[in-house]
Ligand binder design. Structure first.
Ligand SMILES: NC(=O)c1ccc[n+]([C@@H]2O[C@H](COP(=O)([O-])OP(=O)(O)OC[C@H]3O[C@@H](n4cnc5c(N)ncnc54)[C@H](OP(=O)(O)O)[C@@H]3O)[C@@H](O)[C@H]2O)c1
Length: 335
């Protein structure tokens, strides 16, 4: 399969190349795309050198699938050009996620909504992906009424420049800032811009995307999203109220048997999920499972995953794998 990776030089794009390689996605030809400043530079994939090209040149080469991680405005502008040429786009930005004509997909949860007519498919927000992977099996069993989530998000979620800011600050080097404040040795309770209701866009993404992916508008979600000076992945403290009573050991079993989930919950041996352990892994790690003793049918847990992998690259590649396995790539749009 001919695969274009748009944003191939970025944090997600670089991880995308690694994941495509590791998962042995059948790439017969890679077409790396980045901004004008990177055109002509070379990247290595599976031991072969590839030159970065423009989006226009990539379209001319007629890839079967284009995986985008180049920001929302690039996506809004360029994804339709690829789609109009019959190329299936899987997009990591927030540009298309809440568009009612586009599918928002986490394969463990709702891959079955995909059809050959879906030419632009949205990859959800990283903090939402890891949460819904854990919520879905619990929703199926106990029906979730309400979720209260607070996040502890890695600087890798903001891209290359944010990682540079953290290390510049740590090393006492002056440099450009992507956060409004120092991030090293600090905690910033703002991710993305504020919206009219006082929530940030990141918080609203978690609220709205969860309902769309789970296909259930009745799930109430409230979120506080926070940036911390960490690299390996995002962590989330999640309080879940169910409609039905649950048994804690059964919850452990449900999660342990759920696709993509690893339960790390052994407090006697101080075992719980942490970003250092989740780093460069594909799974969603769940632990600190315990009853919320202040109200019935309510569970507390801690969810950690590598935002660049399951939160972005791995989820996108899994979507491509699903499409390929069902022969949904490269077919013309039904008229
Ligand atoms: N980081 C995460 O955890 C995460 C998770 C989920 C989704 N995402 C989304 O993925 C996207 C990229 O994130 P990132 O963290 O990888 O950012 P990043 O490290 O800043 O990389 C941005 C990439 O986009 C390319 N680009 C910029 N403008 C372009 C244009 N006009 N045409 C083609 N390519 C262009 C850049 O190329 P140059 O090198 O040439 O500038 C670079 O390859 C964003 O939409 C982000 O919201 C990120």
């Amino acid at each position: 399969m001919k695969v274009a990776v748009v944003g191939a030089t970025g944090l997600v794009g670089t991880k995308m190349l690694q994941v495509l390689d590791e998962r042995n996605f059948p790439v017969t030809e890679l077409i790396p795309v980045a901004s004008a400043k990177s055109i002509g530079k070379e990247i290595t994939f599976k031991g072969k050198q590839y030159k970065i090209v423009s989006a226009e040149d990539a379209i001319k080469q007629k890839p079967d699938v284009a995986i985008f991680s180049a920001g929302g405005s690039t996506s809004l502008e360029q994804a339709p050009l690829f789609a109009d040429a019959g190329i299936t786009v899987i997009d990591n930005s927030s540009a298309w996620r809440m568009d009612p004509t586009k599918k928002l997909v986490v394969p463990e949860v709702n891959a079955d909504v995909l059809t050959a007519e879906d030419k632009i498919i949205a990859n959800p927000n990283c903090s939402t992906i890891q949460m819904v992977v854990a919520l879905k099996p619990l929703h199926d069993r106990y029906k979730i009424k309400r979720v209260v989530v607070s996040t502890y998000q890695s600087v890798t979620g903001t891209g290359v420049k944010a990682v540079d800011q953290l290390f510049n600050e740590r090393n006492g080097v002056d440099g450009p800032k992507v956060y409004p404040y120092t991030i090293d040795l600090n905690v910033i309770p703002q991710i993305d811009v504020f919206t009219e209701n006082g929530y940030t866009k990141e918080e609203m993404k978690m609220i709205l995307e969860t309902k769309k992916i789970m296909g259930d508008d009745s799930i109430a979600v409230t979120a506080t999203t926070v940036r911390i000076p960490v690299m390996g992945g995002h962590s989330e403290s999640v309080n879940i109220e169910f409609a039905h009573e649950y048994d804690l050991s059964e919850v452990r079993e449900v999660l342990a048997n759920a696709p993509g989930v690893v339960v790390v919950d052994d407090i006697a041996n101080l075992k719980y999920p942490m970003p250092l352990d989740a780093h460069d892994k594909d799974e969603v790690f769940v632990g600190r499972l315990r009853r919320d003793e202040t109200q019935p049918n309510t569970l507390n847990c801690w969810i950690v995953s590598d935002n660049l992998r399951k939160g972005a690259a791995t989820n996108a590649v899994q979507i491509a794998e699903y499409l390929a396995s069902k022969n949904l790539i490269g077919q013309s749009v039904a008229v």
